[in-house]
Ligand binder design. Structure first.
Ligand SMILES: *Cc1c(COP(=O)(O)O)cnc(C)c1O
Length: 398
C-alpha cells in the first residue's frame, strides 16, 4: 500500500469502525421512519431519543435543546439568520470576529445586505478575541454575539466563558461555532453562558451530513426549514437516523477518551512544533502556544508558497492543508492569518497539520524530515530567498 499520513483532521476525520458498526443496522434493518406510528418505527425513535440524551449530556444541555441539522454550516446559518429574523424589531446589530469560519462570515455578509449591521472584532497576534473590546462594541441594538470556540486554521481557543458572561450581563444572545472544539475541549453550556452552539459529526470521527444546533430553552429564533414536524417543528426533513446514531456513538467515544486523546495529541503536537521551529530556519508557529487545540499546528515558512509545499508533501504521502479547505485552491491568503497581522507574502506560505488519536510519533518524525527536505528544495529555487541570503551575508561583513 502506498504511504499515507493523514494530518488534515480539521478538514474531516475518519469514521471510527465502532461508529460505522453502530450506524449499519439503521440503513438495512431498522430503516423505519422514526416519525411513523407503528412499533417498527417507534423502536428507531426510542434509539434516537437515547442518542440525543447522550449528546446533550456531553455539553450539559437537555435533550429537547438539541436540534439535528446537516452539519456545522447549516447550524451556523440557522443561528445567525434565525435570531436576526426573530429579533428584527428589537435590533439589527451583530458582533462577531474577523477569524470566524466562512459559514459565519458569509452569513454575516448576507445579513448585511438585508440591512443588518455587523461588527467584526479584531483579534491579537495569537488570534484571541479581547473581551474588553467585545463589551465596548455592544450597542442598544445588539441582538447577537457569535464567537467561535476554537479556530479551525490556527487552533486558538477563545475565552468563551468570559464572552458568555459579558453577553448575558447585557441580555444579549451568545452563539458559538464549536465545530472544532466539540469533542476536544470540555464544553458546559450552563457554566459558559452559551445560548446556541454549532457542532458537526464529521469533525469528531462521526459521519458526514449530520450536525447539531443547541438552542437554550426560551431562545427566540425563527424556524429554519419549513415542512414536517421534525425537530419540534423547527427544522423539517426526515430524521437522519443512521447519522444521529453514528454522531452519538462518536460523541460517547470522544467523551470516554477525551483525556487520553488530548494527552496523546498534545505530546505529538508539541514534538512537531518543537522540531519544526528548531530544525527549520525562518519558520513560525501561528496561533496561541498554550490556548490551542491539542491536535492543531499551523506554520509559516518564509520565502515559500503554501501551495507548492502542499503539493510536494502530497507526493510524500502527507495530507495537510493550507488554511481552510474553502480557500485552498483559490490563491487568496487566509483571512485568519491576515487578521493576526501577518503580511500577505507570509500569509501565503502557511501549512496546517491537524493530528488525531491515530497519529504516531513515526508519522510526526517522517513529516518533519519531509518538511526539511522540501523547504530546503523550494528555498534553493526561490529568488527571494537568494536575495535574503546575500543581504544577510553583507550585513555580517559590515
Ligand atoms: C468544518 C467547520 C464548519 C462547517 O462544518 P460542516 O459540517 O462541514 O458544514 C464550520 N465551522 C468550523 C469552525 C469548522 O471547522
Amino acid at each position: 500500500m502506498e504511504k499515507r499520513i493523514y494530518l488534515d483532521n480539521a478538514a474531516t476525520t475518519r469514521v471510527l469502525p465502532e461508529v460505522f458498526e453502530t450506524m449499519k443496522p439503521f440503513f438495512t434493518e431498522e430503516y423505519g421512519n422514526p416519525s411513523s406510528a407503528y412499533e417498527f418505527s417507534g423502536r428507531v425513535a426510542n434509539r434516537i431519543a437515547d442518542a440525543t440524551e447522550e449528546i446533550a449530556k456531553f455539553i450539559n444541555a437537555k435533550a429537547k435543546e438539541i436540534y439535528f441539522t446537516s452539519g456545522g454550516s447549516e447550524s451556523d446559518n440557522w443561528a445567525l439568520k434565525g435570531v436576526a429574523d426573530a429579533l428584527r424589531s428589537k435590533g439589527n446589530h451583530i458582533i462577531t470576529s474577523k477569524i470566524e469560519h466562512h459559514a459565519i462570515l458569509h452569513t454575516c455578509e448576507y445579513l448585511e445586505k438585508q440591512g443588518y449591521e455587523v461588527t467584526y472584532l479584531d483579534v491579537d497576534e495569537n488570534g484571541l478575541v479581547d473581551p474588553v473590546a467585545l463589551e465596548k462594541a455592544i450597542r442598544p441594538e445588539t441582538i447577537l454575539i457569535s464567537i467561535m470556540f476554537a479556530n479551525n486554521e490556527i487552533g486558538t481557543i477563545e475565552p468563551i466563558a468570559e464572552i458568555g458572561e459579558i453577553a448575558h450581563k447585557h441580555g444579549i444572545y451568545f452563539h458559538t461555532d464549536a465545530v472544532q472544539a466539540f469533542g476536544h475541549v470540555p464544553i458546559d453550556v450552563e457554566a459558559m453562558h452559551i445560548d446556541m452552539l454549532s457542532a458537526s459529526g464529521h469533525k469528531v470521527n462521526g459521519p458526514k451530513g449530520i450536525g447539531l444546533l443547541y438552542i437554550r430553552t426560551g431562545t427566540k429564533i425563527s424556524n429554519f426549514i419549513h415542512g414536517g414536524a421534525q425537530e419540534r417543528g423547527r427544522r423539517a426533513g426526515t430524521t437522519n437516523a443512521p447519522g444521529i446514531m453514528g454522531f452519538s456513538k462518536a460523541v460517547s467515544i470522544a467523551s470516554e477518551r477525551m483525556n487520553e486523546r488530548t494527552a496523546h495529541e498534545t505530546k505529538l503536537r508539541d514534538r512537531l512544533i518543537e522540531r519544526v521551529l528548531s530544525e527549520i530556519p525562518h519558520s513560525r508557529l501561528n496561533g496561541h502556544r498554550e490556548k490551542r487545540l491539542s491536535n492543531n499546528t499551523n506554520f509559516c515558512f518564509r520565502f515559500i508558497e503554501g501551495e507548492s509545499l502542499l503539493i510536494l508533501l502530497d507526493k510524500k504521502g502527507i495530507c495537510a492543508s493550507s488554511g481552510s479547505a474553502c480557500t485552498s485552491g483559490a490563491l487568496d491568503p487566509s483571512h485568519v492569518l491576515l487578521a493576526i497581522g501577518l503580511p500577505h507574502e507570509i500569509a501565503h506560505g502557511s501549512v496546517r497539520f491537524t493530528l488525531s488519536e491515530e497519529t504516531t510519533e513515526e508519522d510526526i518524525d517522517y513529516t518533519v524530515e519531509s518538511l526539511k527536505q522540501i523547504v530546503e528544495r523550494l528555498r534553493s529555487m526561490s529568488p527571494l530567498y537568494e536575495d535574503f541570503v546575500k543581504k544577510e551575508k553583507l550585513s555580517k561583513v559590515n
